[in-house]
Design a protein around this ligand. Structure first.
Ligand SMILES: Nc1ncnc2c1ncn2[C@@H]1O[C@H](COP(=O)(O)OP(=O)(O)OP(=O)(O)O)[C@@H](O)[C@H]1O
Ligand SMILES: [Mg+2]
Length: 278
């Protein structure tokens, strides 16, 4: 069991793909940089014993907006992952950078706790093939429900509309998994990584062609966050209304399951009315 607790009701974003070098750390550090610029005080959890995300943080200049760093791995070779991670209180985003090689239980645990899952994929034949198998494993074995819309793909190091890129697009559309951005193969990612910054912190003229794609990922994550907030609010209202029904009967008799169904109906109609007013 792995738990991430604390923080300011943080949005937990997990970046995963068993294919080495597909861009997990690049995506994780660039997202951390954008959220830091927005003042979200992100926490970057590095689960890779190679510690590339931690190394990036160490290089980060002191005058840049701060990002918290946590090690998600242990120095004990018998234990693959730190079981309990405590996020600083003012951090409202958690980004988990998973390594390529990851034990099955750790993958399960992180998939389970994630609010949003991002899989960077390079559109080469071998990478698309590996990703196909991995996504199938997530859907079947880890029992990730596609309808929850927690999962999205970020194509990475896209050179042009190559055959393998088209193959990736076709494969994803057949699975109804969104591809939310396509990052170009661009030197700016390496230059930013070398300085402990994200591309969003580089001069505008250097990132003109690349930043819109990072922003597309952020915009998808913002929508996810809003949807999660709405779901949590709905749930809390239903609990309150159902409790109210039982209370009005002096907690005598009645059927809690019916109360719940009735409360769902009432809350959805209230939410529907307020949506149509707004
Ligand atoms: N869009 C890109 N354009 C150019 N270079 C890139 C891009 N994305 C990643 N890279 C480079 O590719 C290399 C591997 O990327 P990265 O470390 O992010 O992959 P990873 O999936 O985290 O690898 P690992 O599985 O080893 O953790 C790095 O040198 C990185 O700078
Ligand atoms: Mg990495």
């Amino acid at each position: 069991m792995i738990s991430i607790s604390g923080g300011d009701n943080p949005h937990k974003i997990v970046i995963l793909n068993p294919k080495g070098g597909c861009g997990k750390t690049t995506l994780a550090t660039n997202l951390a940089s954008v959220f830091a610029l927005r003042g979200a005080r992100p926490t970057l959890i590095d689960c890779d014993p190679h510690g590339f995300s931690m190394g990036w943080l160490q290089k980060r200049p002191e005058n840049r907006p701060s990002i918290y760093g946590l090690r998600g791995y242990t120095s004990d070779p018998g234990i693959a992952a730190s079981p309990r991670l405590e996020v600083p209180n003012d951090s409202s985003i958690v980004i988990v950078d998973l390594p390529a090689a990851i034990p099955h239980e750790t993958l399960h645990a992180y998939t389970y706790l994630a609010d949003s899952l991002l899989i960077p994929i390079q559109p080469s034949e071998i990478d698309v093939y590996t990703a196909t198998r991995f996504i199938a494993e997530l859907l079947l074995d880890v029992r990730l429900d596609r309808n929850e819309r927690r999962l999205a793909i970020v194509a990475n190091r896209v050179r042009s509309r190559t055959k393998s890129y088209q193959m990736l697009v076709r494969f994803l559309s057949s699975l109804k998994i969104p591809m939310i951005a396509a990052l170009r193969d661009s030197q700016v990612f390496m230059h930013a990584a070398a300085q402990g910054i994200g591309i969003a912190e580089m001069p505008a003229h250097k990132i003109r062609n690349d930043i819109p794609q990072i922003n597309a990922v952020v915009s998808w994550l913002d929508k996810r966050r809003a949807a999660i907030h709405h779901m949590q609010q709905r749930q809390a209202m239903i609990e309150q209304v159902a409790y109210g029904y039982a209370e009005s009967r002096g907690f005598q008799g009645g059927d809690p399951a019916n109360d719940w169904i009735e409360a769902e109906r009432e809350v959805d109609s209230r939410l529907g009315e307020s949506a149509s007013v707004n």
